[in-house]
Design a protein around this ligand. Structure first.
Ligand code: NDP
Length: 309
């Protein structure tokens, strides 16, 4: 037995929730499937300062709680803890196989976002959860008044290093180059923060410790010299990879696995639209995810109305 809806949205981050809000307001029978709880990546962000409309900033959790509430206010049903295992298109209908059973729909919006990339170095797997984290907002408190390392030089690394600096004794930002990718405003704040020390041109090649993280081994990218940096925790922020395995051949991907869409966020499979960070795009922000969600929803709405008997 399967459950039928006109539209199914996969993923409950900013893109998926916006798509849900728009589809419900358009009178489309919609269901949103979410692997865990709705909210997506912003839940891991302590403070969001570049989402328009919040001049004083807002916590990731509060912003996403508001988006969930807003979508629900227009009746969007959200099925939590439902992981999509496969998606196929058979005889004009999508078949969505999930951990909570089968669903069918006329159209689908995939808004599954990305997940943190791993370093794949010795010690990372062994000490996971014992001093290694991919979420400063979730785990920062465990390192109060201790020393930590943040690996990476993008927005996530610098933003989260700054939020850790409010809690810990010292933050080493270990970066493989000598310039940062992060926004200038974040860079300036980090350079001024006296709890933050940059280790430039250093590659972390091992994370070590007996039961807990005790130090990382870094290698200078120019001289090849190796040294130890003693820390109690390591926060890895080296980018993210798209969650698309369940889509198989229904879409085209770029070399990093992000889904390629046209300007209407459509894919090579009719009725299948893509929104948010999982899509090949130049700017991954909550603001652009929200825009994607709205655009995908409006285009799916058109598709459904053309198809409806
Ligand atoms: P990014 O891909 O932007 O940055 C990844 C960083 O990790 C880079 O500095 C990269 O180095 C480094 N890196 C990559 N692989 C390795 C490796 N194997 N070993 C060591 N270092 C490595 O990822 P983010 O997660 O920071 O950001 C993802 C997206 O989300 C971006 O588009 C970003 O702008 C956006 N974002 C926006 C925020 C905001 O607006 N407030 C907040 C957080 C994210 P290198 O520079 O040398 O390539």
């Amino acid at each position: 037995m399967s459950e039928y809806h006109e539209a199914v949205i996969i993923g409950g981050g900013p893109a998926g929730l916006t798509a849900g809000l728009y589809l419900m307001r358009a009178g489309i029978d919609t269901l949103l499937l979410e692997k865990t709880l709705p909210g997506g990546t912003p839940l891991n962000t302590d403070r969001i300062e570049n989402y328009p409309g919040f001049p004083e900033g807002i916590s990731g959790k509060e912003l996403m709680d508001r988006k969930v509430k807003h979508a629900k206010a227009f009746g969007l049903p959200i099925k939590e803890f439902t992981e999509v295992e496969s998606l196929s298109f058979e005889g004009e209908r999508f078949i969505i196989k999930t951990s909570a059973g089968l669903f069918e729909s006329m159209g689908v919006i995939v808004a599954t976002g990305t997940e943190s990339m791993k370093m794949n170095i010795p010690g990372e797997r062994e000490l996971a959860g014992r001093g290694i984290s991919y979420c400063a907002t979730c785990d920062g408190m465990f390192f109060r008044n201790l020393d930590v390392a943040v690996i990476g030089g993008g927005d996530s690394a610098i933003e989260e290093a700054l939020s850790l600096a409010n809690i810990v004794r010292k933050v080493y930002i270990i970066h493989r180059r000598d310039t940062l990718r992060a926004q200038k405003i974040l860079q300036e704040r980090a350079f001024k923060n006296n709890k933050v020390e940059f280790l430039w041109n250093k590659k972390v090649i091992e994370i070590a410790g007996r039961d807990q993280v005790e130090y990382v081994v870094v290698e200078d990218t120019h001289k090849g010299e190796r040294s130890r940096v003693e820390v109690n925790g390591v926060f890895v922020y080296i980018g993210s990879a798209p969650n698309t395995a369940f889509l198989k051949e229904l879409v085209k991907r770029d070399s990093a696995g992000f889904i390629i869409t046209d300007e209407n966020l459509a894919t090579k499979t009719k009725g299948l639209f893509i929104a948010g960070d999982v899509r090949k795009k130049t700017l991954r922000q909550i603001a652009t995810a929200v825009g994607d969600g709205a655009l995908a929803a409006v285009n799916l709405e058109k598709y459904i109305f053309e198809k409806k008997p």
